[in-house]
Ligand binder design. Sequence first.
Ligand SMILES: Nc1ncnc2c1ncn2[C@@H]1O[C@H](COP(=O)(O)OP(=O)(O)OP(=O)(O)O)[C@@H](O)[C@H]1O
Ligand SMILES: Nc1ccn([C@H]2C[C@H](O)[C@@H](COP(=O)(O)O)O2)c(=O)n1
Length: 238
Amino acid sequence: MDTAGRPRDAVVVAIDGPSGTGKSSTSRAVATELGLRYLDTGAMYRAMTWWMLANQIDPGDPVAVATASGKPVLLSGTDPLAPTISVDGADVSGPIRSEEVTAAVSAVSAVPEVRSRLVELQRAAVAAAASAGGIVVEGRDIGTTVVPDATVKIYLNASPEARAARRNGELTGARAVGVEATREALVRRDAADSGRKVSPLAKAEDAVEIDTTDLTLDQVIEAVVGLVERRRRERNLG
Ligand SMILES: Nc1ncnc2c1ncn2[C@@H]1O[C@H](COP(=O)(O)OP(=O)(O)OP(=O)(O)O)[C@@H](O)[C@H]1O
Ligand SMILES: Nc1ccn([C@H]2C[C@H](O)[C@@H](COP(=O)(O)O)O2)c(=O)n1
């Protein structure tokens, strides 16, 4: 066992950063390549937000959100090839990506009771994955709060313009609002996520920052896999 009580060969990779920097794409690919589990904590905050909206709870009312936050039963599947998220037994992987949820998620995720409940579930997933080799966990506060003793911490960043262009490329039909509107929405959400009182979006002091603006996704994956492998070698020598 290591000092965190995990099997000595278990690896926990924490990947944080603003929206659209490539956290999900990178995390899934790294977990697949290294045979690790994968947890998308943003999907958990989205699922909580989806439940609040579905139950007519105003996301702008922190007291109502806090009071209800213990009710939904959230379950995250951690297979990087087929991650799942359900609420009260129903698959919500599609609905949590709606514009309505995206617009409300920063307010819901700023409520301390929501965070303490989800951080507890996230730590349980990390503990469960430790006996299966480890896990890649992505979010906003993984390196600072959820797993401060992670084996490797990465902070992905990219210019708002590059992130907006990437996100806009994914949107079709009525959702294709244009790069400028996408950029404004990203910057607004980053400001709310960085400005909240409890575990805001932040780079851990010991995280390695990777600016992905001019890198391909493959280059980012290669850089992260390289950092994990180097840490593993150092640990085996130490
Ligand atoms: N280095 C890269 N170069 C070009 N496109 C990229 C790169 N990394 C990710 N992408 C693309 O950018 C989009 C956003 O990536 P992804 O969903 O992984 O970001 P994210 O940080 O998880 O975002 P969010 O926090 O909003 O969930 C996707 O379409 C993805 O394919
Ligand atoms: N660890 C986390 C992960 C996510 N959030 C909040 C803030 C984000 O705007 C929102 C959605 O995340 P995304 O799907 O864009 O990765 O969830 C958080 O507060 N802490």
